[in-house]
Ligand binder design. Structure first.
Ligand code: C5P
Length: 408
């Protein structure tokens, strides 16, 4: 369900009874991880309310060209600039005509004229209007300019007539949107597994061993891989972060649960272990809260947790083709990371400089050295989102080329 993860769609709802289907379309796009921002024309507002669109898109709905608030919050240029695809559904005969002529007399037509983004129209109108040579010529012109079109379908019409003019169903428009985005998704058809966040290991029902990992880097990587078209499973320890859109997120607490969830998610093409897994857990977690009996504090006996990264790298015939781990280092970063790569049996290590003053822990940015069996590459300091995007692109390149070293 992550086919549209992180994709941004600007939906123009123009006047037509089919506007009710656009409500369903918003829901379906969002289920697949896409974000929808809506422009509602005056005609469209006769059929659906801004409140319905806002509730389903969980975003503000824009309709006024000369509204001071709309323009100061989000100019019409930005509305289209921030979208990757503009969908006009329903596309009335009138809006198709205006698009053809390049008119800009309301917010929807102005945003369309001001945009160089791909446009998909779903015409919806009375059969006579559809068959009118003017409409047909308009659509031909738009198609010649690169506008994509879906429908209309044949059937009974709200006006009592029969014929072509019914807007394509939400599921069909969704298919067209997915096909548009799938075209060039470099990780389409791949499965990615990502671990993120800390683990919490119970000492007793109220106390645990944990760490300060925020999960930001791991979550960003999961989203980046989903955006590149991979079906992505994120196994996350306890964090305050929202589940990334379009990513199947499994929440766990302990290292053992994290390992079980990862193993259940196999097979996958790539595994990225970004979780800060607790190395140890209490050997015998207490079933009841430990009491302060007497003066001697209880002794905490620890036992080792499984190494999830090493387990995935040694998973035999279900070993992911690419296994990527992280290493936090304060000195001899590259040497230590190379040793870790060998010890864990993974393909790449992203070594983080967490020395004092690096600001990596809990911060927004990371300095990364990417290490494989052949060598090391240092990335400039960048945000965790940029690290995720760069790593995602590198993973896509590697899986698609079938090459697994930096230097070959
Ligand atoms: O050994 P160290 O904790 O430094 O290794 C860090 C890497 O190993 C990270 O990628 C982390 O997600 C992974 N790891 C793991 N399971 C453990 C410990 C570390 O997957 N129990």
């Amino acid at each position: 369900m992550s086919s549209l993860a992180g994709k941004r769609i600007l939906l123009v709802v123009s006047g037509g009874i089919a506007a009710y289907k656009s409500l369903e379309l918003i829901r379906r796009v969002r289920e697949r991880g896409g974000a929808v921002r809506c422009i509602l024309t005056e005609g469209g507002a006769q059929f659906v309310t801004p409140l319905s669109l806002a509730a389903l898109s969980e975003d503000k709905v824009y309709s006024e060209l000369f509204s001071l608030t709309d323009e100061s919050e989000m100019g019409h240029i930005r509305l289209s600039r921030e979208a990757e695809l503009i969908v006009v559904a329903p596309a009335s005969a009138d809006i198709l005509a205006k698009m053809t002529q390049g008119r800009a007399d309301d917010l929807a037509t102005t945003a369309l004229l001001a945009s160089d983004k791909p446009v998909l129209v779903a015409p919806a109108m009375n059969v006579r209007m559809w068959e009118n040579p003017a409409t047909q010529a308009n659509l031909e012109t738009l198609k010649a300019r690169g506008v994509r079109s879906i429908g209309p379908n044949e059937g009974d019409m709200a006006c009592g007539e029969y014929g072509f003019g019914r807007m394509a169903e939400a599921a069909e428009i969704l298919d067209a949107i997915e096909a548009f985005f799938a075209r060039d998704a470099p990780l389409a058809g791949r499965h990615a597994l990502v671990t993120s966040g800390p683990t919490f290991e119970a000492i007793d029902p109220v106390r645990f061993i944990g760490n300060r990992s925020s999960g930001r880097q791991g979550h960003a990587i999961a989203l980046a891989l989903a955006r590149l078209g991979a079906r992505t499973t994120l196994v996350s320890g306890p964090t305050a972060l929202k589940d990334p859109a379009g990513v199947e997120t499994l929440r766990v607490e302990t290292a053992q649960e994290m390992l079980a969830a990862c193993e259940a998610a196999l097979p996958c093409d790539v595994a990225v272990c970004a979780a800060a897994v607790s190395d140890w857990r209490a050997k015998e977690p207490q079933a009841q809260k430990m009491k302060k009996n007497g003066k001697t504090p209880p002794e905490l006996v620890l036992t080792a947790n499984p190494d999830i990264l090493a387990c995935l790298a040694a998973a035999g015939n279900v070993r992911p083709r690419l296994v990527v781990g992280f290493a936090a280092e304060t000195q001899n970063i590259v040497e230590n990371a190379q040793a870790k790569l060998a010890k864990k049996g993974c393909d790449w290590i992203l070594a983080n400089d967490v020395s004092e003053g690096s600001g990596t822990f809990g911060g927004e940015a990371n300095t990364i050295h990417l290490i494989d069996g052949q060598g090391a590459e240092t990335w400039p300091r960048m945000s965790k989102d940029d690290v995720a995007a760069k790593l995602g692109a590198r993973i896509a390149e590697t899986l698609n080329a079938g090459v697994e070293t930096l230097t070959s």
